[in-house]
Write a protein that binds this ligand. Structure first.
Ligand code: UDP
Length: 321
């Protein structure tokens, strides 16, 4: 038996389901029903069937159509939105609410390279609600390949811009998931000072290897459900963050999840972003590499070898996929 702020629940090893003792309707009912009605493999259900919501995912309105068609680049699709349009889209989703957590990924060159062979990341990208180009090279390549993206929309700028929107468009709540212990709390304190309209309702730094431990994942989903944030800021590094959010999107009790790498570190001043001139001239990667050479030199060397080939491949065969 495990206790949480939501009540007590216990695992039934016989059928892999969870039985809970909640006296009110469980937050995860809809997710559990969604799994059932889509005939997926059973996912945890957290309260007795008679207490479940009457509305299933099948009754929900269809998603709103995309205002602008996606651009196909290097085998995946990217939304051609400006920063302003992306923030507007997020605000719309936050204001209208949704039974399902929408999620946003922000590809850079490294993602484009990883996506050539990583099935989990490919799945996450296929189902992401917004795919926004994080890096300059993707925008430059999009122009060369006549699949024009208006500008880069880096996750580390998107989060502050969304928070900035609270000054005109009303408050939001946020949960910070990821970064080393204590970092998210420092980020939260900076956020509250800079953007009083953002209420950080929770922070959690999952232990190393959490993604392989079902009980740890359960705990994280409960923590988020306890706070019901508008926005879940996920900083677990790629491709872990995209795969984790994609796998658990039906159970994440937030309106929108943003997969944004080191953003929590930046908000905490734990790591420094590249100076503006480097960001503007497409040299942010160099700054990152010099600040973490051991981890990043090999990665960037591979990216520098593979990415130009991806561009050339599409330039030579624009309709090949
Ligand atoms: N991180 C984490 N848990 C993990 C792995 C990474 O919280 O299991 C955090 C790490 O502390 C850092 C961020 O994820 O805050 C990594 O972001 P970065 O964008 O540098 O990762 P990348 O996608 O470039 O590998």
């Amino acid at each position: 038996m495990t206790s949480s702020a939501l009540g007590n629940f216990s695992a039934d090893p016989g059928n892999g389901l969870f039985a809970c003792e909640l006296s009110f309707e469980c937050t995860f009912c809809v997710a559990a029903k969604a799994s059932a009605c889509q005939a997926r493999s059973p996912s945890p259900s957290f309260c007795p069937p008679e207490k479940r919501s009457a509305m299933s995912i099948c009754d929900r309105p269809l998603p709103t159509p995309r205002p602008v068609p996606r651009r196909r680049l290097f085998g995946f699709e990217i939304d051609p939105l400006s920063m302003k349009q992306a923030v507007e889209q997020l605000r719309t989703w936050i204001n209208e609410g949704s039974e399902r957590c929408r999620f946003v990924v922000t590809p850079n060159v490294d993602h484009a390279v990883l996506l050539q062979e990583h099935a989990g990341l490919q799945g996450a990208y296929r189902e992401a609600d917004l795919v926004l180009a994080d890096g300059h090279p993707l925008v430059w390549a999009s122009r060369l390949l006549k699949q024009r993206l208006p500008e880069r929309v880096p996750g580390s700028d998107l989060v502050p811009m969304l928070f900035e929107s609270t000054k005109q468009q009303g408050p939001i709540t946020a949960y910070l998931l990821g970064a080393a212990p204590g970092v998210a709390e420092r980020a939260a304190s900076n956020i509250q000072k800079l953007w009083p309209g953002v209420r950080v309702v929770g922070c959690y730094s999952p232990p190393i290897g959490f993604e392989k431990k079902p009980e740890e994942i359960e705990q994280i989903l409960w923590r988020i459900a306890d706070c019901q944030p508008d926005v879940l800021v996920v900083g677990l590094g790629a491709p872990k963050q995209e795969c984790w959010v994609h796998t658990h999107r039906e159970q994440i009790a937030a309106k929108v999840a943003l997969c944004v790498g080191a953003t929590i570190d930046f908000l905490a001043n734990e790591r420094r972003r590249a100076p503006r001139w480097m960001q503007r001239t497409g040299l942010e990667w160099l700054h990152r590499m010099l600040s973490e050479p051991k981890r990043l030199v090999k990665r960037y060397a591979k990216d520098a070898w593979v990415f130009p080939r991806l561009v050339l491949r599409q330039w030579l065969a624009p309709n090949a996929g």
